[in-house]
Each structure stands twice: as structure tokens, then as C-alpha cells.
Ligand binder design. Structure first.
Ligand code: DWN
Length: 405
């Protein structure tokens, strides 16, 4: 069993999701006998307070020239990243001609805002296909995983950074100590690191266990991020909760004693202590809630099937892979899943092998029920698919609880 990636101490086992395929391992039917599985379990470290996967597939298995997730599929997220840009550019932390680096920039949804406003910038992205989309729009791209060597390369070729940014990326990096060292190495002494990720406090509160899959090695709290970056002489200077991805946190970090620490840091850490994000019992309770949630969803889908209802899924998210495989849901219970991503359409969902259909057919097929796997984009999707509801179609949610809308 892998020890904590921050403290090196043994982990306490929290969840056992059994054998799981890659969250984004959408597969052609001819390849299913070669499908890759690993044992997905989570653990909690009482020293670093880090909630993490115990084992994880090699990053190169997940992030490559056929990476299936393109960030710019959601209009809401495009707007969100414009606001992220405005926050950084007006933060007062940047020098006169700042150099901005984004880790894991995907198709450029965030960094394009810096490019369009003539900032000196660099996006670092290891998945070639999504990096190409960013490159084709004129964004400066380095196709690499970020580590110490990469931080030295960028420092030597471009200089030190005023700001290192990341969105839904840092929790994907297993060698998290090396990441923190690389950030420290690449930042100017007065530089800031600003990143946001799905927030552990929300995952626990909403039992959104689908945020756990191969790519998410960690689910962070302010307490665990503080502990991690303190190890390299950095500290949290601000924390800003976000509504994205079902509840995220924006972490702002700098070298120790460079900037005033905002009140939010004290207040949010206090809330986390009250929620018990530093306590093993909280995670043990979370596991009980995960089991209850699984049983309720399965019961509902089996009842609908028994009553002859047509049930489909909407949005083949990475998150849905955990739900489908852990609950044992296949195309007997969910006929199809509709999605917008050309690279996924025509394939099967990882492990559960439910066929993926172009979302354009959703309206014509007129199912009676649709499980909304992208519950984090609910407002955008429900608005887009108004016709489904007005024709009597019903959405099934499983976060924060299993219910029919
Ligand atoms: O951290 C990660 C997050 C940010 O994005 C990655 N590891 C991978 C990915 O996770 P996800 O797949 O769970 O992300 P989303 O944004 O919740 O879902 C994206 C999927 O949903 C895509 O397959 C497209 C689909 N979708 C759709 O079919 N119609 C999304 C929207 C907004 C829609 O209207």
C-alpha cells in the first residue's frame, strides 16, 4: 500500500471502489478485451491531512495525444475563466510586465485571455491533442508534464514567473512535493501561485464521490494545501470559494511573509476544522454515505427498469466512470449516454460499456428519464434541453442526494 505522498506516513484506508478503468478511457468495442483496470481506493493521512488515491495509473496512460476532455465545451466555464483572468490581472500581485505560466492549460480556455490581452505567457500541457487546439490559436505552448526539470527549462528559456496558474490540474499530479518545489523554483520571489480545484469540503458535504477517479489523485482542503506548500517556504494568502465543478476552491499562495494574509484564510480553515476535514472519523462517515448513495441510485434505476421506463444518461463525464463502475450500472439500466465530445461519440463508456450518442439526438429520442452525469453543469444543460422537460422528460440527480427532478 502506497504511503502518503506528502508525509511518507501510512495511509488510513477510506473507500474501496474496486476495479476501475480510466475515467476518460472511452473505448471502441473492438478493444474491450484489452481494457485497463486498476484498484481504486482512497486513503487519508493524519499528518498531512491529505485525502488521496492509494494507487494511481501512470500519468502517461491518462494524458496523451487522445485525451478525451476539452475544457471549452461549457459556455459557463468560458465565462468563469474570463473572471479568473480578471481576478489575476487586477490582483495587485503582478509586476509591470508580468510573465504568466499556466500548468495543464488544456485547449487554452484560461490562458487565451492573457494572450488576447498581450501578456507574456506560456501554457504547459502534456496532452498533445488539446495542446494543439491552444497552439492553433497562437497561444505559446510547451508540451510537457510539469516537474523540477520543466521548471528549470522554463526559467532558463523564458525567465521567472510572476504568476503560476492552474485550474483542475494540481490535484492530477501524483508527485505533489516535486510540483510544490517546481512552483517555488519558477516563481519570482514576489510571485504568486493561483490554482483552483474541486473542494474536499463540498465533496464530503454533498457525497459527490464521483469526483474520485484516476486523474484526481488528491482532493484538497485549505488545511492540506497549507501543510504542503509550507514545506517549500510558501503560505496561503487568500482563499476564494468557487461554484464551478459542484464547489471548488481558489487557492492563492506566495513565498512566506511577502504579502498580507487575507481574513478568508483564517475563516475557511476554522470552518474546515469545524467540518472535521482534519479528522479520520469524517472520512469514515463519508464512506458510509457513499455506500448509501450507491444503493439508492441502483434501487431507483432497477425500479424504473422493472416498470419498463426508458432511461438514458446525459454527459459522459470522467466522473460518471466512477458511478457506473462502482454501482455496476451497464446498458441494461442506462441505454445510451448523450455527449457533445466528437472524440467520445460512437465509443463505449469505460468499463461499463454503455454506447455514447451525439447529444443532437437526445431531443429526437425523447427518453422518459435522463441521469444527469454533468450535474455540475446542471443550469446550463437544463436550460439547453428545455424541450426534454417540457415534453415530460425527467432528470435524475445523484448529488447531493438521489432524486428525480
Ligand atoms: O478535472 C477535470 C475536469 C475539470 O474536467 C478532468 N479531470 C476531466 C474533466 O472532468 P469531467 O469530464 O467530469 O468534466 P465535466 O466538465 O463535468 O464534463 C464534461 C463532459 O460533459 C464532456 O464529455 C462534455 C459533456 N457535456 C455535454 O455533453 N454537454 C458538457 C456540457 C457542459 C454539455 O452541455
Amino acid at each position: 500500500m502506497q504511503n502518503c505522498r506528502v508525509s511518507g506516513k501510512p495511509l488510513h484506508l477510506i473507500n474501496d471502489f474496486g476495479d476501475q478503468p480510466l475515467g476518460n478511457g472511452f473505448i471502441e468495442s473492438k478493444n474491450i478485451d484489452k481494457e485497463y483496470f486498476y484498484n481504486m481506493r482512497t486513503g487519508f493521512c493524519e499528518e498531512s491531512k491529505m485525502f488521496q488515491l492509494i494507487e494511481q495509473p501512470e500519468p502517461s496512460k491518462m494524458f496523451h495525444e487522445n485525451y478525451a476532455f476539452f475544457s471549452s465545451t461549457s459556455n459557463y466555464m468560458k465565462e468563469h475563466f474570463k473572471n479568473f483572468y480578471s481576478y489575476v490581472s487586477n490582483s495587485g500581485y503582478l509586476s509591470k510586465n508580468p510573465f504568466i505560466v499556466e500548468l495543464g492549460c488544456n485547449d487554452g480556455i484560461l490562458i487565451k485571455n492573457f494572450k488576447e490581452n498581450d501578456y507574456s505567457h506560456l501554457g504547459i500541457e502534456p496532452s498533445k491533442n488539446v495542446a494543439k487546439v491552444a497552439k492553433d490559436t497562437g497561444i505559446n505552448i510547451l508540451e510537457k508534464f510539469f516537474d523540477i526539470d520543466c521548471s528549470n527549462l522554463v526559467k532558463n528559456e523564458y525567465g521567472s514567473a510572476d504568476a503560476i496558474l492552474a485550474a483542475n490540474v494540481i490535484c492530477h499530479i501524483p508527485d505533489i512535493l516535486e510540483l510544490a518545489e517546481g512552483v517555488k523554483n519558477l516563481l519570482k520571489p514576489s510571485g504568486v501561485m493561483v490554482f483552483e480545484e474541486p473542494y474536499l469540503g463540498d465533496v464530503i458535504k454533498k457525497t459527490s464521490y464521483d469526483q474520485i477517479y484516476d486523474e484526481h489523485v488528491f482532493l484538497f482542503s485549505a488545511i492540506s494545501v497549507q501543510h504542503l506548500f509550507n514545506k517549500v517556504g510558501m503560505e496561503l494568502i487568500d482563499l476564494i470559494p468557487q461554484t464551478t465543478h459542484g464547489g471548488s476552491m481558489r487557492y492563492v499562495l506566495a513565498n512566506k511573509n511577502q504579502y498580507e494574509i487575507k481574513r478568508s484564510v483564517r475563516e475557511i480553515i476554522k470552518k474546515e476544522l469545524k467540518q472535521g476535514l482534519d479528522k479520520l472519523e469524517t472520512f469514515e462517515r463519508f464512506n458510509q454515505n457513499v455506500i448509501l448513495s450507491k444503493n439508492k441510485l441502483l434501487k431507483l434505476l432497477k425500479e424504473l427498469k422493472k416498470n419498463g421506463k426508458k432511461v438514458v444518461g446525459y454527459a459522459a463525464t470522467s466522473k460518471s466512470t466512477t458511478i457506473l463502475n462502482y454501482c455496476g450500472i451497464n446498458n441494461d439500466l442506462i441505454e445510451y449516454i448523450y455527449d457533445t465530445t466528437p472524440l467520445k461519440i460512437g465509443k463505449l463508456t469505460p468499463g461499463s460499456h454503455i454506447p455514447l450518442r451525439d447529444h443532437k439526438f437526445f431531443k429526437n429520442d425523447m427518453p422518459e428519464y435522463a441521469v444527469l452525469f454533468a450535474w455540475n453543469h446542471a443550469d446550463e444543460i437544463i436550460e439547453k434541453e428545455k424541450l426534454f422537460s417540457s415534453n415530460g422528460g425527467k432528470w435524475i440527480f445523484f448529488v447531493p442526494s438521489v432524486k428525480i427532478l
